[in-house]
Write a protein that binds this ligand. Structure first.
Ligand SMILES: [Zn+2]
Length: 102
């Protein structure tokens, strides 16, 4: 089970976006990275290929390493470490600070 998944709100622990929060758009487990909405933006220059297309500068999310992200608990709204709890056949994620199931 993944520590982080799509739709989670995460906080950035280091780098230029340190302290910012965003929602995970996509997780790439093979690369150990994730795309986070409006974070780690890179500037791309796109050439106009059709006349109705916008040309010029585009800001887009670049993948960030998962170890630079911490899940923000929806209950205590703090960046937290994720713990796992096994109940019967189910493995659940829990907030290590308030024990809320995530
Ligand atoms: Zn919590």
């Amino acid at each position: 089970m993944a520590r982080l998944k799509k739709g989670d709100t995460v906080a950035v622990l280091s780098g230029k976006d340190r302290g910012k929060r965003g929602k995970i758009l996509r997780v790439m487990p093979d690369e150990g990275s994730a795309l986070v909405e409006q974070l780690n933006l890179v500037t791309c220059f796109e050439r106009r290929t059709r006349t109705d297309q916008q040309s010029g500068v585009i800001r887009r999310e670049a993948p960030m390493p998962l170890d630079r992200l911490a899940l923000v608990c929806p209950r205590c709204s703090k960046p937290t470490r994720v713990g796992f709890q096994v109940e019967g056949n189910e493995k659940r994620r829990v907030c290590k600070q308030c024990r809320e199931t995530l």
